[in-house]
Design a protein. Structure first.
Length: 178
């Protein structure tokens, strides 16, 4: 696998938006109804430019093409793109709070190649280097297997409202960076 990771830039946003939509629609079909995915794409899933500004969001490239993305954050917001309300950009205290693993998406044609694991490892390393000993995330149902295989422990499922009469299920997950 010749995947290279680099920090995402504002120039990448159109490509990221397209990748996120393809990933959500293609890899979530077995776990979510189309209305749930489309609702989530209006806020729960999407580009968070705060992560790009903080330089904590990465793209995975192969032969110059973006095939995956994911990041981490030292801010309080747990999930959601720029379109989602209820965002909190306050800084976390690494001594008492968990860094947030955020917005992992892989091109459906590149799934199951280790791209998500590569991104996750980079994010965990960076969070650890910033003094964090815990990480947490809000996993999509298709993402739970990846995170569980990487040592994350799930809590009770939650439902997140994604529009009139529609919600989507997520699993909050946490890991000690030891």
């Amino acid at each position: 696998m010749s995947i290279a990771l680099r920090k995402a830039t504002l120039h990448d946003i159109p490509t990221l938006e397209s990748l996120i939509a393809r990933s959500a629609r293609g890899l979530s079909a077995a776990d979510y109804r189309p209305a749930q995915v489309e609702g989530a794409l209006r806020g729960a899933f999407g580009v968070d430019t705060q992560l790009l500004s903080d330089q904590t969001y990465f793209v995975a490239e192969e032969d110059g093409e973006i095939v995956g993305c994911g990041g981490w954050s030292y801010r309080s917001t747990l999930f959601g793109g720029d379109a989602r309300g209820e965002r909190d950009s306050s800084l976390l205290d690494p001594r008492s709070q968990a860094a947030k693993i955020r917005a992992f998406f892989v091109d459906p044609s590149q799934a199951r190649r280790g791209i998500g694991s590569l991104l996750l490892e980079r994010c965990e390393q960076e969070a650890r280097a910033h003094g964090f000993t815990q990480v947490e995330l809000m996993a999509t149902l298709p993402g739970v297997k990846l995170y569980a295989a990487r040592g994350y422990i799930g809590a009770d499922m939650i439902r997140h409202d994604v529009g009139p009469g529609e919600s989507i299920e997520f699993i909050p997950m946490r890991k000690s960076l030891g």
